[in-house]
Write a protein that binds this ligand. Structure first.
Ligand code: CA
Length: 227
């Protein structure tokens, strides 16, 4: 990837620049908002890492200017401002994602990969069933646009159902998804996890197939398919 880094903090900028090189990205590092905007206007970048508190021009102004010019390059905001209003403002202004300082470089790398995949229109790590969306790379689930907190096992179970949406899935397959081949599960734990998923998502989403297993309903929702 060719990355534009707009960051006025010397230490952080240097750390990110070195990490980008280590991950085999090329990058341009500028230290104020004006320079960031003109660099973004004159060079084709795959991604912009944008600080908000910048000299000469606030990061949010840079972002607003780019979006007003219909420049759709993915923008990942990296900022110390973790207040909710800043976050909403940034996303409203057209940011694709947010990372609060301090952050781990591994998380930056993961979010960059996710943004790049999204930009390329590759969705092979996403399983979408109606209003349910599973990011299988990051074990992250959203339902009707909101993040759903799931345990590792709940996610594995939901994934097994989602990958076979609309079809009955046997207890054996689901138990394997929960515990792998090692088994050792108590007889009622599948029900316990199904119950938790129904509670966290929607009661009607997962149907019981009597004497066999379960089925994830796959009614398509018009609003989920619009894009
Ligand atoms: Ca700053």
């Amino acid at each position: 990837m060719h990355v534009l880094l707009v960051e006025d903090d010397a230490l952080l900028g240097q750390a990110i620049e070195m990490a980008l090189a280590r991950w085999n990205h090329t990058s341009v590092w500028v230290r104020d908002g004006h320079a960031g905007l003109s660099a973004a206007r004159t060079n084709p970048f795959d991604l912009i890492l944008l600080d908000l508190g910048l000299p000469r021009m606030e990061g949010i102004k840079v972002l607003e200017a780019l979006r007003a010019e219909s420049r759709h390059v993915p923008v990942l905001i990296i900022t110390a401002r973790d207040e909710l209003t800043d976050r909403i403002h940034g996303l409203d202004a057209g940011a694709d994602d947010y990372l609060n300082k301090p952050f781990h470089l591994d998380e930056l790398a993961a979010r960059m990969r996710a943004l790049h995949r999204r930009a390329l229109g590759q969705s092979r790590n996403l399983t979408v069933v109606g209003a349910l969306c599973l990011d299988t790379l990051n074990a992250h689930a959203t339902f009707q646009g909101s993040a759903v907190e799931l345990s590792r096992r709940e996610f594995a179970l939901l994934r097994a159902l989602a990958e076979r949406a609309g079809r009955a899935v046997s207890r054996e397959v689901l138990t394997n998804a929960l515990y792998g081949a090692e088994g050792g599960a108590e007889s009622n734990t599948l029900e316990v996890h199904i119950h938790a998923l129904r509670r966290k998502l929607a009661p009607s989403l997962i149907r019981t197939v009597r004497g066999f297993g379960y089925l994830l309903a796959n009614e398509s929702q018009p609003k989920a398919s619009a894009r």
